[in-house]
Write a protein that binds this ligand. Structure first.
Ligand code: GLU
Length: 343
């Protein structure tokens, strides 16, 4: 038997059907409206600020993640005086029981450097080769050992990893804009200086930052482990340091408005400025940085050998050619630094 229901129930059914139709109509109108015009706006979920790859996030509530560092060259040690080179062996014929003979026997020189430091050590986007001023220094060392400048294995290091890589003997040499300082000579040996840089400031053209006084209260970027941090903290204690893994990270953070300025050696900053015309070097030199080839402590034979290679680069005019090729953006320069030996 089929029950058709009472009139009151039929009335209720009709109301139910109208409700369903009405709700359907509203849904369709809303859908069309949102799809076509975006007329209904929902509040956007809060999005985190963009973070550059490789950048250590700043801890909440603290702008500064850099420990206070000693100012470089504030000490009185004579860190830049190195060991006098002896007679240079014939390439590919290293004297037995020397560090160079071990490297020759292994078949490659292991060089610690960065591959993101424009002008000093960076990967050429067209050829894929690592090149730059530091790379040319490393190639000259390989040439002197193997009679072949290409016999190199590169290990990529951040500024903060350089000293430990030498202590661990995971590299034969570090050639990475590494300043010779009294702190560092406690742990590693250095060649004679092969380049003298000056610490300066990089800021955007519209920032109004024109020197260290203008950095009070500003966010200032440096790579962890760099001497640049200690010096700027000594000169402008009110700078709010933000530290990154690489110098390229500092440029990205400036581009994203996450920091107001970057400070380090003019040679590195010039390499960043070359990649973005919106940033510029400003203010005076904040102090000199003497770059040396880092060598594991105790390898005096290797120190003398590398100093012999650097000497050859100086007297042959090759150093000047390298400068003109890579660093002429910094002006004519003062020629290669003259070595001072302590023996
Ligand atoms: N020359 C400075 C240093 O050795 C900065 C360069 C760098 O970190 O690569 O710390």
């Amino acid at each position: 038997m089929t029950c058709r229901g009472a009139p009151a129930n039929r009335h209720a059914d009709a109301i139910g059907r109208y409700r369903v139709r009405w709700v359907r109509a509203v849904v369709v109108v809303l859908f069309v409206c949102v799809a076509a015009t975006g007329c209904v706006r929902f509040p956007a979920p809060p999005s985190p600020p963009p973070v550059a790859f490789g950048v250590q996030p700043t801890p909440p509530g603290a702008e500064t993640d850099a420990a206070r560092e000693p100012a470089p060259n504030s000490e009185t040690c004579d860190a830049t005086a190195s060991l006098r080179p002896g007679p240079m062996p014939v390439p590919a014929q290293m004297p037995q029981r020397t560090t160079m003979a071990d490297i020759l026997g292994r078949g490659r020189l292991i060089v610690g450097l960065d591959i993101g430091s424009n002008l000093f050590s960076f990967r050429d986007p067209l050829t894929g080769d690592v090149q730059g001023f530091d790379v040319d220094i490393a190639r000259a060392i390989a040439q002197a050992i193997f009679d072949d400048p290409n016999t190199i294995e590169y290990r990529v290091l951040s500024s903060a990893e350089r000293t430990q890589a030498l202590i661990d003997h995971s590299v034969d040499v570090v050639v990475k804009t590494m300043s010779i300082t009294c702190d560092r000579v406690d742990d590693v040996a250095f060649s004679s200086p092969y380049y003298i840089a000056s610490q300066r400031i990089l800021s955007t053209r519209t920032s109004g930052i024109d020197g260290p006084a203008a950095l009070a209260g500003k966010r200032v970027c440096s790579a962890r482990g760099a001497t640049s941090i200690g010096r700027i903290q000594a000169i402008q204690p009110r700078a709010r340091m933000v530290t990154t893994t690489t110098w390229a990270d500092c440029l990205v953070m400036m581009q994203q408005g996450q920091v107001d300025a970057t400070t380090t050696d003019d040679a590195i900053l010039a390499g960043l400025a070359e990649q973005d015309p919106w940033v510029q070097l400003v203010g005076p030199s904040l102090g000199e940085e003497y770059y040396g080839v880092g060598i594991p402590k105790g390898q005096d034979d290797m120190v003398r050998f590398v100093n012999g290679v650097l000497n050859e680069l100086r007297v042959s005019g090759r150093w000047q050619q390298m400068y003109d090729h890579w660093l002429s953006i910094l002006g004519p320069g003062n020629g290669p630094p003259q070595p001072v030996y302590r023996d």
